[in-house]
Structure formats: C-alpha cells, structure tokens
Design a protein. Structure first.
Length: 323
C-alpha cells in the first residue's frame, strides 16, 4: 500500500497531510477566507498559492496531499506542481470522487457541488482524475459516504473499485454528517470476493466533533489507514474563534490554538494522517507545530470537554456560508 511510505518516513510531520479544499476553488465554508485569500481569487492566483503551499509542505516534511474532483481545480493545480518537480517521487497523492463542482469559479453560486455516488459518476470522474494525475494517483476515495449511500450496496460499483485496487490504486472512502460512525461500520462490512474493499477511511474528527472516534478505532484495528479531516472545524478552533479552554491550553504551550487542536487529534492512537487545510504558508507552518506538541493528561481532559452533540455540530456546520 502507498501509505507504507508514510509509515517508514522519518520527518516529524510525515503524519500531517495537506488538504487542498480551501485553495482549489474561490469559495469554501472555512472562516476567515477574506483575510486568508484577499480579493484576487483568479485561477492563476489560486494556482500560485497552491504551489507555494505544496512547496512549503514538502520542504517541511509533509508527504500526503489530499484533493478531490469537487475541489475546483485542485487536481489540476496538484498535477501541474508534480509535473514541474519530476524528482519528487515520495509523496502519496489522494483524491476523491462522488461530488461534482458546479460553482463555475463563483463564490456566490446557488449550489457549489452536487453529490452522486453512482457507477456512472465514478467512471466519468475517474477518467477526469486520470487525465490529470495518471499514474501519480495512489488513493481514490468515495467522497462523503453516509449510511444511506448507494455506494455501500452497489455491487457493480464495488466490482469496478476492486478492479482499480487490483491495478494498484488504494480504494478508500470519506464520511460526513452526524452518522459518521454508522457509515464507517457499514463500509467495513463491504467485501468483494471475500476481501475487504476499503483500505482507508477519511472522517471529520476534532475537539468539537468526536463521535466517529470509536468507529475509527475499529477501522484502524481492521487494518485501514485513518485520515482525519476538518481537524480545525472549518476555522472554529483557530485564533479568536477558538473556545476559551483551547486558548488557555495553547497559551500554556506557547503555540497556537491550531497546533494544539491538531495535536489533540494526532494523540489518538488510530490517527494515521491528520490533514492541514491551510490556505496560507503561515497557517501551514503553525499547523505543523502540532507534531511537537506534547499534551499532558490534564490538558487532554480539558480539551476533551469541548465536544459537542453531533447533530448540533453538523447543524452549525451546515449554516456556515460559502465565502
């Protein structure tokens, strides 16, 4: 599996990945985007920003990059970066299918993405991904599986995904919503010819949303690599937005709230890769300090008390505006 490369890496930050959701398209739900991106969100501007982030991430030891078909031009930007740096062979590249980007590079579109987990969408989007990333694609994930997703029961789709796995592409899935744990457990039961189909799971887990934790521990025990997304709760755990308890713990460490929030996730024994969703190189550098934060039991207990009821968390997230 490609993730074996991460297991043997020696950089302190090798288990922190860079997610491109915030920089592959002009609009997203993260807080503070006006300050992070400014007014120029042209294709060229975001391509340059993405390349700066990728250069900084690689130089600081990051070895997993996460994109998606619905992240605007994230795959294109990543492909351009890889082609311009042919000597870089040790990064693990992941992408996702199942959402189609529909905002046409607008921040105020009525709808930014459309979800469809059908076999037809997989075939179309896999061809689109291959046209950009070709043999650099290591991991292909179903985007945002929920318990009612047809991707969990479509045997024809499972067969096609198993074919991709036989050709060397790791097959995974991501989850979202208050029933993440149920979705994870349902996906663990999916097999093709008696063998588990999925080898990775990417779920939201952070100080405010911890409900998937037990299921992710089960996935880890079953041999899946666990990737954690939205560790910063879309900006709710950064700076002035951060809860008082997080700010207090961060002050005691001398580091930022973001580093402490991500360090909490990294402290979970089942967390294989934790994504930074940084939109600036400064944010990235601060996020990467998570690798050296050593939280004691008292600090961990204080932070664990911040968890919200899952439905309340996801209701709040659903109200975040696209900026």
């Amino acid at each position: 599996m490609p993730f074996a490369r991460l297991a043997t890496a020696t950089t302190p930050t090798c288990h922190i990945g860079l997610g491109l959701a915030a920089v592959g398209r002009p609009g997203y739900i993260n807080l503070g985007r006006e300050d992070d991106l400014g007014e120029d969100r042209s294709v060229d501007a975001l391509r340059e920003r993405t390349h700066e982030l990728l250069d900084a991430a690689y130089a600081q030891g990051v070895r997993y990059i996460d994109a998606a078909r619905s992240y605007g031009r994230s795959e294109e930007f990543l492909a351009d970066w890889l082609k311009a740096r042919p000597g870089i062979e040790d990064v693990v590249v992941g992408s996702k299918w199942g959402y189609t980007y529909t905002a046409d590079w607008s921040t105020d579109a009525a709808q930014h993405e459309v979800k469809d987990h059908s076999l037809a969408t997989y075939e179309r989007q896999r061809a689109e991904t291959d046209a950009l990333l070709a043999d650099r694609l290591d991991l292909y994930q179903i985007h945002s599986v929920t318990p009612d997703s047809p991707a969990l029961t479509d045997k024809d789709l499972h067969a096609r995904l198993a074919e991709a796995a036989a050709q060397g592409v790791t097959i995974g899935f991501s989850t979202s919503g208050p029933a993440q744990a149920e979705a994870v457990r349902a996906a663990l039961a999916v097999t093709v010819d008696g063998e588990p189909l999925f080898r990775t799971v990417q779920s939201t887990f952070n100080l405010l949303e911890t409900s998937a934790g037990p299921a992710l521990a089960e996935a880890h025990a079953a041999g899946l690599t666990v990737i954690v997304k939205e560790g910063m709760a879309n900006g709710r755990l950064a700076g002035a937005q951060a809860p008082e308890a997080l700010r207090a713990v961060a002050a005691s460490t001398g580091l930022g709230c973001d580093a402490v929030a991500l360090a909490y996730v990294l402290s979970r024994p089942w967390a294989g890769v934790v994504l930074s969703g940084a939109a600036t190189t400064r944010q990235l550098a601060s996020n990467l300090h998570a690798a050296v934060v050593d939280l004691d039991e008292d600090q961990l207990t204080r932070l664990a008390a911040l968890a919200e009821e899952p439905h309340a968390y996801w209701e709040h997230r659903s109200r975040l505006p696209w900026h």
